[in-house]
Design a protein around this ligand. Structure first.
Ligand SMILES: [Zn+2]
Ligand SMILES: [Zn+2]
Length: 264
């Protein structure tokens, strides 16, 4: 099959870990460079995400948008340090709008913290875009569909479309209709797989459940991430075996921090 040479998305994993802090797996964060956006996006922004982004040679000051799935600290902790840097880095002034996409909870988190600890410059061009379940946004060159997921905090999953190429982010969630809907026909699914098959939890996925979702969705590739230690400690063959027992036969990738993936 012929493939366009230009990737529609380049995904860099900034954090493949979870709330369990590990030296080589930072909490959740991804840098996404869509072909239709001159700079890039951050999808979730756990602690250490900005430092990792800088290590890749990208500028945190040029990020166009941040998409936040939920307010658990392993997904949002670096948002305030990023805003602080955008406002107070000497010699830098943000002119282009800085977009933050998130739920009402994200807005409340931001408002509270900005009032308490981080007054923004009067002319700082921050734009908050409120996201709700079943919303669809059409933007210049890309679109976004949003679904509520099943988690212990209000959580949203995202499905971006750039020229027919579908990138899906399942954030933190147990199996649910929302995750199944956004996953359909995805070119790359980024799904959590916090736990192993014999240790399922209501608000997270196991490696096996992530495989089941990818199978039902007929997804092309599956990027597994958000690992708890029991998954990290298992060797690659054992982990792959658990996912493939679900019957998913697309490409299975286990995330590592600073890994790059091109999505066509
Ligand atoms: Zn998490
Ligand atoms: Zn969470």
């Amino acid at each position: 099959m012929q493939q366009d040479d230009t990737p529609k998305f380049i995904v860099t994993v900034l954090g493949s870990g979870s709330c369990v802090l590990l030296h080589n797996r930072y909490p959740s964060s991804y840098f996404i460079r869509p072909s239709v956006v001159p700079t890039g996006w951050l999808v979730d922004i756990g602690s250490g995400a900005i430092q990792h982004l800088i290590e890749t040679g990208e500028s945190h000051l040029e990020i166009e948008s941040v998409f936040i799935s939920h307010v658990h600290p392993d997904h949002i902790s670096d948002l305030l340090p990023l805003l602080q840097a955008l406002n107070y880095t000497p010699g830098f002034k943000r002119i282009k709008p800085f977009y933050i996409y998130g739920s009402e909870d994200v807005r409340r988190y931001l408002n509270y913290n900005m009032k308490l600890a981080l007054p923004l410059l009067e002319d700082f061009p921050m734009k908050f875009i409120l996201l709700k379940d079943k919303m669809k946004l059409e933007k210049e060159g890309w679109s976004l569909e949003v679904r509520s997921l099943k988690h212990s905090a209000k959580t949203l999953g995202f499905r971006w479309n750039v020229e027919g190429c579908i990138l899906v982010y399942g954030a933190d969630s147990g199996p649910c209709d929302g995750i199944a809907e956004i996953a359909k026909g995805g070119d790359l699914l980024i799904l959590e797989s916090s736990f192993l098959k014999d240790n399922p939890r209501p608000h997270h996925l196991t490696t096996y459940q992530a495989g089941e979702i990818a199978k039902k969705a007929k997804a092309k590739r599956l990027l597994l991430s958000h690992f708890y230690p029991e998954v990290v400690e298992m060797n690659k063959e054992e982990r792959e075996k658990e996912v493939s027992e679900s019957g998913y036969n697309g490409e299975i990738i286990f995330a590592e921090d600073l890994m790059h993936l091109e999505v066509f």
